[in-house]
Every structure is written in structure tokens, then in C-alpha cells.
Design a protein. Structure first.
Length: 250
């Protein structure tokens, strides 16, 4: 078993939904290797009525139901009495928009990361005021609950941990890791329906291949996500490459 590098916990009323995703692919292997741990807590275990009620009508009227504060307070006080040992994140449209930099921030935080997954119309505001350390949104759209955003963050952060991908270069080369979009990838066959793999990738010349990958990454970023280049600091080599790319596109 590898050394445990990161602990996650997910508080939800649908634990099986979260556990299902964790049973596949890279996250499954990372858990089996002991690199990460993901504990899924059923919020309904922390309600006291026989119907396991976690929501109620909103004061002041309005559509939908609001998740009650009591079970959230009970589980946090039970599982994390030493609050400094964890970082509690609410998945919310009010939060910071999730990026690769935030994924790295989560991965490098030595504390356990705890996700509160809301459902229905909202979570009682007192939970936000008293229990939450951070709020994160994965985009400007509405989802049914916080489970998918929690899994997105766990997935993205875990990929940045040593030994999770098996090849450290994989995480470094992926889109956004270096501030640019990824370059094109090819595999066998060399020719498919009259479309050939670029000759440079077959040349064995590592310097030319590296330059081609960098040029393609810059070109794709310029064409598809030009706003990323506004904050990206170009090297001298990249400045030359991007000028050539702009000339080609004219």
C-alpha cells in the first residue's frame, strides 16, 4: 500500500450515487492503492425523526424545500470536533468557479477535504454562516445536487497527486496544467481513412516533437480559448512560435 496522501469526505443524502462513481477507473485504483481515501456519509443518519426528514418548507414562502440545519451541525460536530483538521466546502452557485489552480489547491491541502452536498432549493443559511470554510461552483449552470460537483473536484484534485496516474508527466501535460490547452494526440494505425499521423511524431526527433507539441498547444489555445493567453506568460520561444501561428492564420 502507498502512503495516504489525501482524505476526502462527502456528506450526501444519496451515498450510493457517490460510491458508484468511486468504483471505477483511476479513482478506484487510487483508493485501492491507499493514495486517497473517500468516506461517504449519509446525512439521514443524523436526523432523529422516524421518517429521516432532512428538509422543510422555507420561512417567508417561496418554491421548493430547504435542507434543515440540524443534521449538518450534528455530523460536523460528531465527525470533525477539531475543526482545524478539515476544510469544509459547500458546492454552491455562490462559490468560486472551479479551475485547475483550485484543484491543485485542494490536492496540496494537508487537511481532510469535506464536501457538503445540497439538494432541493437550498441549505439553511445558518449552515453556511457557521460550518463552511469555502464555497465552490463548477460552472454557471444549475444541477440537481452537489454530488456531481464534489466528484468533479475529487477527480481533478486526485489526478495531481503523485502515483495516481502512474506517469507524473501525464498530469503535467494535460490541458490547463501549464496554462494552455493540450496538443493533439494520435495512436495506431499510422493512416486511417486517408488521414495520416503528422510526420514529425514518427521522426524520433525529440526536440522537433517537443516543439511541434508546444506549437500545437499554443495554436489550439489561440483558436479555442484565447482568453487563457491573457494571463499566460510566454517564454521567448513561445513568443516566436505564436507569431508564426498568427501569420499562418492570416
Amino acid at each position: 500500500m502507498a502512503e495516504l496522501q489525501k482524505e476526502f469526505s462527502v456528506i450526501t443524502i444519496f451515498p450510493d450515487m457517490v460510491k458508484s462513481y468511486l468504483g471505477y477507473s483511476i479513482l478506484k485504483r487510487a483508493i485501492e492503492k491507499g493514495i486517497i481515501s473517500v468516506t461517504v456519509h449519509n446525512l439521514r443518519d443524523y436526523v432523529t425523526d422516524k421518517h429521516k426528514t432532512v428538509d422543510d418548507y422555507p420561512y417567508g414562502g417561496g418554491p421548493g424545500m430547504v435542507m434543515k440545519p440540524e443534521p449538518f451541525f450534528r455530523i460536523v460536530e460528531d465527525k470533525w470536533p477539531l475543526r482545524e483538521s478539515c476544510r469544509i466546502i459547500m458546492l454552491s452557485p455562490r462559490g468560486r468557479v472551479f479551475t485547475q489552480d483550485i484543484a491543485r489547491e485542494v490536492a496540496e491541502d494537508a487537511r481532510e477535504t469535506v464536501f457538503l452536498c445540497g439538494r432541493y432549493e437550498a441549505i439553511d443559511e445558518r449552515v453556511r454562516e457557521c460550518l463552511i470554510d469555502d464555497e465552490i461552483s463548477i460552472g454557471d449552470y444549475i444541477l440537481t445536487g452537489g454530488e456531481l460537483p464534489a466528484l468533479v473536484i475529487i477527480d481533478a484534485a486526485s489526478r495531481l497527486l503523485p502515483d495516481v496516474l502512474g506517469d507524473e508527466q501525464s498530469a503535467e501535460d494535460e490541458s490547463f496544467s501549464m496554462g494552455l490547452l493540450d496538443y493533439p494526440h494520435f495512436t495506431r494505425p499510422e493512416e486511417f481513412r486517408h488521414m495520416r499521423v503528422p510526420k514529425v511524431l514518427l521522426s524520433g526527433n525529440h526536440a522537433d516533437i517537443r516543439k511541434w507539441k508546444k506549437q500545437q498547444s499554443l495554436k489550439i489555445t489561440l483558436l479555442k480559448r484565447p482568453e487563457l493567453l491573457r494571463t499566460y506568460i510566454l517564454s521567448d520561444e513561445e513568443k516566436v512560435l505564436i507569431e508564426k501561428i498568427k501569420e499562418e492564420l492570416l
